[in-house]
Design a binder for this molecule. Sequence first.
Ligand code: 5AD
Ligand code: FES
Length: 363
Amino acid sequence: MIKNIDTIISKSEFNFKEILYLLKTEGEERRKLFQKADEIKSANVGNKVYFRGLIEYSNICSKDCYYCGIRKSNKNVIRYRLAAEEVLDAVKYAYEQNFASIVLQGGEVDSPKFTEEIESLLVKIMQITNGEIGITLSLGEQDKETLRRWKNAGAKRYLLRIETSNTYLYSKIHPVDSKHLFENRIKSLEMLRECGYQVGSGVMVGLPFQTIEDLANDLIFLRDFDIDMVGLGPYIEHDQTPLYEFRDSLWDKNTRFDLSLKMIAILRIMMKDINIAATTAMQSIDKIGREKALKVGANIIMPNLTPLKYRENYLLYEDKPCIDEEADECKNCLEARIKFSGNQIGYGEHGDSLHFKRRTGII
Ligand code: 5AD
Ligand code: FES
């Protein structure tokens, strides 16, 4: 039997039915859910928002995920890879502006050459920042040796979304072949943890064929996997991808956005001390989408530092925001936005996942 909203949100452990109830809240109940998430955030991770300067290193990708605009088979994309100097310039900017952390993200390539290339970049990044910058990688599934080498070279966090925890749905949104196996994604997440990374994962909300029950299970998955960081956001169709044909069967964009907000809020209550990103995809639907996410539990923002001329080639989905703004404009814009959301920026602080620190006995 379902109890009322106050009883549910006063607990810290939710079962499947309770999560489902929370995902379906409207009006006053929805408001209470969001308020509770905000309180839990203040009490556990505070009202600081940490910056992760995002560098979209390369859109060259060996994968063919059916939702993604830069999938291998999309011949309309002009492929690029940043020169080491371009990456280092972006890193310098982040360092000088006291961002304290960067994310190096790119298409998935697995080759000894790629492993080495990233390794040597990491070493240089550490050198020019006196070992002070916090590095997050988001470069897809890699073998354990590669992950270890990158960790030793200075990376300390890794983002790898599970995309959906429903194995059947996973097989519908990816090619069914050895490069796109759900089991491999899980194995990679386990290896990341074994290598000592702060491990981030997440899902897309509103995929074709996805149900609200799937979303409840996604939250349970993230909790049971004991993840340190989460990035989740609405699925947004891209006309040069196979899933585009299902666009008419999707929930409308506002619903996808609202469910993403609720996912963030519920997760904050379930996993009080993790880091949660206010993702760019949230803003592509709602102009103040990221601010809304910060108000219901998110505490991380990723300002885009990719050199402007490459940004239009890194369009994972339609209407991606901030493709015309220089790093400085983005920074100023974000500062204003974060103040508006009642948060402060944690300049000069890594803002590591407290969950990770507790899990590994650092605190
Ligand atoms: N809509 C929303 N998010 C997407 N991603 C890729 N394609 C899309 C899309 N069409 C997300 C995936 C991936 C991350 C880098 O971007 O979750 O893990
Ligand atoms: Fe990029 Fe506002 S955050 S322009």
